[in-house]
Ligand binder design. Structure first.
Ligand SMILES: C[S@@+](CC[C@H](N)C(=O)[O-])C[C@H]1O[C@@H](n2cnc3c(N)ncnc32)[C@H](O)[C@@H]1O
Length: 596
């Protein structure tokens, strides 16, 4: 009967167990063979058979209880493995490697499963993406409490109903990989391009258009720009969508103004996406990390989009700032205007005004509004926005906010309320000092940088402004960023005494005719100087009196004396005293000036 592989193995097991070299009183063969057998489970049967045979032979020929050979055998195991053992070792290592790979795969799968976005870790833009939204809000609330709680009460953060796909502005970097065009974002802190097909916080239509552009590049022979070599044309694509109007702006950022077959490209893109309302070519030939360059050509449409916010219509050019989350922005602006407490009479300054969104929204509640903004494109938009919304009580200035405010303070101009919305880097101490100089009663500070906000609140405190309340708004769900609006007002007197006074005749009333007399009595007295006394005496008596004589008379009369800055401890000559005539003249002068 043919011996089966199973039987062979069984027999071999028994064989191996029958010869047990003993080391240190322990059954040596037991352990090592079991280990070999355990390891062999994964080996093919033939290899296993060969291995066990050789092991058995080696033990049978050399092994005896406590012999040197057994020690040598032991040595074989650790230092000099036989060919077969080497093989076993290799297989074992391979198995281990396989296990490791499997575990790695499992873990990666687990990680991938955990994150809602496949590129979340490399992109780094959505730090809180895999946290339930309620948790995100709690965390942000706690952060704001920690930062701003020492200045004022912090209201509960205003979250979003649907915290996904809220971004109306999408920016994609273009590059290539293995000859294929790719688009996405730079890996956090690097210039390594992470391909992105779609993003959970970006507008989906914008992502779709970016995908279409990427797909068109090859057929139009448009090469993406290579940062290292400087070759290629397309660097970035920027898309802006008016969520209310539906208008879409596509900005193609190119490294050179020469854009071959641009008309056909634009035509083809519009055919695929008739919803695009305008296309602009922006030329950025600089080696900086700035996305947009200075030059622009409108390839199709009006070159900007319009959107509606808080009941007003706003035009937005490619380089102008516009809040990325319009749903939350409406709440933010309405809160800012509510906190400003406008009655319709105030002069309001909208500092860092962008395209004039906050100022225009406030204009209906104010006497007049002055907007100041550094970016000329945004100021142009702001002026047009005021015209298009038929706002007559607003003016815009293109200037640095600090310079403008300082000039206002120097000119003695007054402002009742300051609305300020600086970039993430915050404002300046000079600006805040000037706010105090123009005697602004209230300041409404809108900020997307909580740290710089806290820093500026400290400076405001120094200039007499007290933070009254803080209102965090979640403008950037899935990320760690928070927008906040804070109301500050100029400190008033610490306390007041309320006194009711009744004038007229009768008990407890103050007679009207005595008021003038009393007022005279309360009038602060003119300061009587030694010079005045001397001049009086010289004019009336015809002689001069020394300052020391006047001081002596005053001292003798018990009148208050002040430190004499030129007094010396030791006099060079013995002190002289005034004659009785001079003493009388001095007393007369003191009476005349109502000192006595
Ligand atoms: C956060 S945005 C706010 C814009 C506007 N308030 C809004 O809500 O749309 C900050 C604005 O400040 C402008 N800016 C930056 N530095 C400035 C400065 N030194 N002086 C004036 N404006 C500045 C930027 O161009 C940008 O438009």
């Amino acid at each position: 009967m043919r011996e089966t592989e199973k039987n062979k193995k069984k027999r071999m097991d028994t064989d191996a167990r029958s010869s047990k070299p003993v080391r240190d009183g322990k059954s040596f063969g037991d352990k090592s063979e079991r280990r070999v057998l355990k390891e062999s489970k994964s080996l093919k049967a033939s290899k296993l058979l060969k291995a066990s045979k050789e092991l058995k032979e080696s033990k049978e020929s050399k092994g005896s209880r406590g012999s040197k050979e057994s020690e040598r055998y032991q040595g074989y195991q650790s230092d000099k493995p036989s060919k077969i053992l080497k093989e076993i070792g290799r297989d074992k290592a391979k198995d281990k490697e396989k296990d490791r790979e499997k575990n790695k795969e499992k873990n990666t799968k687990k990680l991938k499963k955990k994150s809602l976005c496949p590129v979340s870790a490399r992109c780094g833009g959505c730090q809180y993406l895999d946290m339930p939204y309620e948790e995100q809000l709690k965390l942000k609330q706690a952060q704001m409490q920690k930062l701003l709680g020492k200045f004022c009460g912090v209201h509960p953060i205003h979250g979003m109903e649907n915290p996904f796909h809220y971004r109306n502005k999408v920016h994609a970097v273009f590059g290539h990989r293995k000859g294929e065009p790719v688009s996405g974002v730079y890996e956090e802190g690097t210039h390594n391009l992470v391909p992105v097909e779609s993003c959970l916080i970006e507008d989906q239509k914008a992502d779709e258009i970016i995908g279409t552009i990427r797909g068109m590049l090859k057929s139009f022979k448009i090469r993406t720009y290579d940062e290292d070599t400087g070759y290629g044309l397309l660097r970035h694509v920027l898309i802006r969508r008016g969520f209310t109007t539906g208008e879409i702006l596509v900005v193609l950022v190119t490294a050179s103004p020469v854009f071959p077959s641009k008309n056909n490209f634009v035509k083809a893109l519009r055919q695929k996406h008739p919803e695009i309302t305008t296309i602009v070519q922006n030329i950025n030939d600089r080696g900086t990390s700035m996305v947009l360059g200075d030059r622009e050509h409108v390839l199709y449409g009006k070159g900007y989009i319009e959107d509606e916010l808080c009941g007003f219509r706003f035009r937005i050019s490619p380089k102008s700032f516009y809040q990325v989350n319009p749903v939350q922005t409406e709440y933010l602006y309405n809160k800012a205007i509510e906190l400003a407490g406008l009655t319709g009479k105030e002069t309001v300054l909208d500092a860092y005004c962008g395209i004039g969104t906050i100022g225009i929204t406030a204009s209906a509640h104010a006497g007049q509004v002055i907007g100041v903004e550094l970016n000329p494109d945004a100021v142009r938009d702001a002026v047009q926005n005021a015209k298009c919304n038929n706002i007559k009580n607003i003016r815009f200035y293109c200037n640095d906010a600090t310079k403008f405010m300082t000039q206002m303070a120097e000119a003695g101009d007054g402002v009742d309320v300051v609305l300020m919305d600086p970039p993430r880097s915050g404002s300046t101490e000079e600006f805040i000092r000037a706010v105090a100089s123009v005697k602004a009663k209230r300041v409404v500070y809108v900020s997307c940088g909580p740290d710089t906000l806290a820093r500026d609140l400290e400076v405001f405190k120094k200039y007499g402004y007290q933070a009254k309340s803080a209102w965090p708004v979640d403008l950037f769900p899935q990320t760690y960023h928070v927008e906040t609006v804070v109301l500050l007002s100029h400190k008033k007197a610490d306390s007041y005494i309320h006194i009711d006074v009744e004038f007229g005749e009768g008990e407890g009333k103050i007679p009207v005719d005595s008021i003038a007399k009393r007022a005279e009595a309360y009038k602060p007295k003119e300061k009587v100087t030694y010079k005045m006394i001397k001049e009086y005496i010289e004019a009336k008596y015809g002689f001069k009196v020394h300052t020391a004589y006047i001081a002596e008379v005053k001292r003798n009369l018990g009148l208050p004396m002040y430190d004499a800055p030129n007094a010396v401890e030791e006099l060079k000559q013995p002190r002289k005293h005034p004659t009785p005539e001079k003493v009388e003249a001095i007393k007369d002068a003191l009476r005349y000036f109502a000192v006595i």
